[in-house]
Design a protein around this ligand. Structure first.
Ligand code: NOJ
Length: 557
C-alpha cells in the first residue's frame, strides 16, 4: 500500500462523543448526534475527525476502559449508526481516526474475566499477574503508582495474586510480552480499517513495554515507576510489528499519545524511516511552560513555550509534528495561554489559533475550541472524572491537601474540557433535551455556536478561514521555521520559508498594546497581509504597536 501521508496537509477535529451532541434525550452524546452536525464539521474546513473511544465500556474512565473492541457503546448507538457516520464523513471528504486503547482493557472485558479465573486459564497471560511481596503475599509486587493516584496493583482473592493497572483498578494492563495479545491488537486495527477507518490515535502507547522483572521505581510520591515502562525496552519492536501487521497495509495515519517522547528520542519514534507511528502528541509545551513539578499551575512562560515548540520545529522534515493546545484531558486554552483576556475573547482565541496552526505539523482542534469555550467553575459534586475522586481520597490525609488539590483542579481538571458542547442559548445549551450527564458551563448563553457563527467577530469563521489559508500552502506544510523574537515575553513571531517564498507570523500574547520591532533582515522588503484577526490590520509589515492579541500573517518578497 502506498502511503500518501495525507495527514501532512490535514487539520484534525477531535470529538469527545459523550459531550458533543445528544440525539435521543438521555443526556449522553451519541453517534446520531454527531451525524446531525456533519455539516458544521465540514464547514469548519477540517480534513479528519478523531473520535475518542466509542466502543463498549462500563465507563469507569469514560470509554478508555474497553469491554468489547468490535462493538459500539450502548449509549452511543449501534454499528449501523457508526457505518452511517463513517459514510457521512467520507462523502464530505473527511477522514476518520479512532482511539486505540491498547495498553489496557476494562476488567469487564472477556479476556480479563477469563484471566481472573485461574492461574492456568488460557487468558491468564493476557495480563500482568504477579505474586505479592511479604510472607503472606499481601504487599504489592512493586512500588509503582497509578496515574490516577494510589498503588498500581490490585489484589485478587480468586488466585491470591495481584494484577497491574497503571490507571484505575478497572483498567488492567495488557501483557504485550505475549504474542497473542499483540496479534489481537493488530486484528482489532484491521477490523476497523477494513470497515474504512483511516487511522488511530494510540492511547498511552508509550507504556506498553515494561522492564522485565518489573523493578521498583525511584522514589516519587506521585508517579512512581514510570522510568520502568515509559518507552520501555521492547517498545520499538512492538510498534514496528503492529505497523507491519496492520497500519502499513492501509493508507493510514497514526498518532501516539506519547508521554516520555521528547525531542531527544522523537527521531527514533516518528521519523518516516523507522516505520512506527506517523506522529505523536508530546506534552512538553503544555506541562513545562505553565506547571511547577508537573502539578502546580503557574503563569505561562511564553519564552519557555516558544523554545519548546521551536525545538520540535527543528526536527527533520521527515518527522511530522502535532500542533495542539487542547484535548479531553487538558483544561481550555483561553486563559491558560493568554492570561486575562477579558474584553478580548475573540482576539485571544484567534491569536492562539494563528500562533499554533502556522507552524509545521498537523493541527488538532478540540470540540468547542472553535467557538472559544472556557473552563467551568465546579463544586466538588460537579466533577465527574475518576481522577478527581481518587486524588481527593488520597489527599484527605495530608494537611491542607484537599485545599491544594481543589486549587489545582480548578485550573487543570480534565472535566473542564468535558462539559457539554455549547450549541445554542436554548435549554442545556442545545446539547440535549434531557439532563446532561455532566453540568453545562453556565456561560452557554453568552458562548455558543449559534451566537458565534452569526457574530461579526466569529471565532468559528476565523478558524475556517485559517484552515482554508493552510490548505495546500506548501510554505506552511513544508517550510523551515525560525523564531524571530525568541527573547520577547509578549510576542510570538516566526518566519516560515520554502525556496523563495517567505511568510511571517506575528502574534501579540498580551491583553495590551505591545511594540513590535521588525528584525533588520525584513526591513525594506515588499510584504502583503494574508490574514489577521483585526479587520484594519496594516497591509505591510513594519515596526508597529500590536494591539491586544493582534495576530497577523504576511507574505514577504
Ligand atoms: C489517556 C487518555 O487520554 C485519558 O483520557 C485516559 O484516562 C488514559 N489515557 C487512560 O486510558
Amino acid at each position: 500500500m502506498i502511503k500518501t501521508r495525507w495527514y501532512k496537509d490535514a487539520v484534525v477535529y477531535q470529538i469527545y462523543p459523550r459531550s458533543f451532541c445528544d440525539s435521543n434525550g438521555d443526556g449522553i452524546g451519541d453517534l446520531r448526534g454527531i451525524i446531525s452536525k456533519l455539516d458544521y464539521i465540514k464547514d469548519l474546513g477540517v480534513d479528519a475527525v478523531w473520535l475518542s473511544p466509542i466502543y463498549k465500556s462500563p465507563n469507569d474512565d469514560n470509554g478508555y476502559d474497553i469491554s468489547d473492541y468490535t462493538d459500539i457503546m450502548d449509549e452511543f448507538g449501534t454499528l449501523d449508526d457508526f457505518k452511517e457516520l463513517l459514510e457521512g464523513l467520507h462523502s464530505r471528504g473527511i477522514k476518520l481516526i479512532m482511539d486505540l486503547v491498547a495498553n489496557h482493557t476494562s476488567d469487564e472485558h472477556y479476556w480479563f474475566r477469563e484471566s481472573k479465573k485461574s492461574v492456568d486459564n488460557p487468558y491468564r497471560d493476557y495480563y500482568i499477574w504477579r505474586k505479592g511481596r511479604g510472607k503472606d503475599g499481601k504487599k504489592p509486587p512493586n512500588n509503582w503508582t497509578s496515574s490516577f493516584g494510589g498503588k498500581a496493583w490490585e489484589y485478587d482473592e480468586t488466585t491470591g495474586e495481584w494484577y497491574l493497572h497503571l490507571f484505575s483498578r478497572k483498567q488492567p494492563d495488557l501483557n504485550w510480552e505475549n504474542p497473542k495479545v499483540r496479534q489481537e491488537i493488530a486484528d482489532i486495527c484491521n477490523y476497523w480499517m477494513d470497515m474504512g477507518v483511516d487511522g488511530f490515535r494510540c492511547d498511552v502507547i508509550t507504556y506498553i513495554s515494561k522492564k522485565s522483572g518489573l523493578p521498583d521505581g525511584k522514589f516519587n510520591p506521585i508517579f512512581c515507576g514510570s522510568e520502568q515502562y515509559v518507552v520501555g525496552p521492547r517498545y520499538h519492536e512492538f510498534i514496528k510489528e503492529l505497523n507491519a501487521a496492520s497500519w502499513s497495509r492501509y493508507d493510514s495515519f497514526t498518532v501516539g499519545e506519547a508521554a516520555g517522547i521528547t525531542i531527544s528520542n522523537a527521531y527514533e519514534c516518528i521519523d518516516e524511516s523507522v516505520c512506527e507511528l506517523d506522529t505523536v502528541f508530546s506534552f512538553e509545551h503544555l506541562c513545562y511552560a505553565d506547571m511547577y513539578f508537573l502539578v502546580i499551575p503557574h503563569r505561562l512562560s511564553l519564552k519557555k513555550f516558544k523554545k519548546i515548540l521551536g525545538s520540535w520545529q527543528a526536527l527533520p522534515k521527515t518527522c511530522q509534528n502535532t500542533l495542539f493546545l487542547e484535548n479531553h484531558d487538558q483544561p481550555r486554552s483561553l486563559g491558560r495561554f493568554t492570561g486575562n483576556y477579558s474584553g478580548f475573547r475573540y482576539e485571544a482565541a484567534t491569536a492562539l489559533a494563528v500562533a499554533m496552526q502556522l507552524q509545521r505539523g498537523t493541527p488538532f482542534v478540540y470540540q468547542g475550541q472553535e467557538i472559544g469555550m472556557t473552563n467551568c467553575k465546579f463544586a466538588d459534586k460537579d466533577y465527574q472524572d475518576i481522577m478527581f475522586r481518587q486524588i481527593m481520597d488520597i489527599v484527605k490525609y495530608i494537611p491542607f491537601g484537599k485545599c491544594l488539590a481543589r486549587y489545582c483542579f480548578s485550573r487543570r481538571a480534565r472535566d473542564h474540557a468535558r462539559t457539554p458542547m455549547q450549541w445554542s442559548a436554548g435549554e442545556n445549551a442545545g446539547f440535549s433535551s434531557g439532563k446532561p450527564w455532566m453540568m453545562v458551563n453556565p456561560n452557554y448563553k453568552f458562548i455558543n455556536a449559534n451566537k458565534d457563527m452569526s457574530a461579526d467577530k466569529s471565532i468559528y469563521k476565523f478558524y475556517a478561514k485559517l484552515h482554508a489559508y493552510r490548505k495546500g500552502n506548501d510554505v506552511i506544510i513544508d517550510g523551515d521555521y525560525k523564531d524571530i523574537c525568541p527573547n520577547s515575553s509578549d510576542i510570538f513571531a516566526y518566519e516560515r520559508k520554502l525556496g523563495d517564498k517567505t511568510v511571517l507570523v506575528v502574534v501579540n500574547f498580551k491583553n495590551k498594546a505591545v511594540k513590535f520591532k521588525l528584525p533588520a533582515e525584513y526591513v525594506g522588503r515588499a510584504s502583503q497581509l494574508q490574514l489577521s484577526n483585526y479587520a484594519d490590520a496594516q497591509e505591510r509589515i513594519a515596526d508597529t504597536k500590536l494591539r491586544p492579541y493582534e495576530a497577523s500573517v504576511y507574505s514577504v518578497d
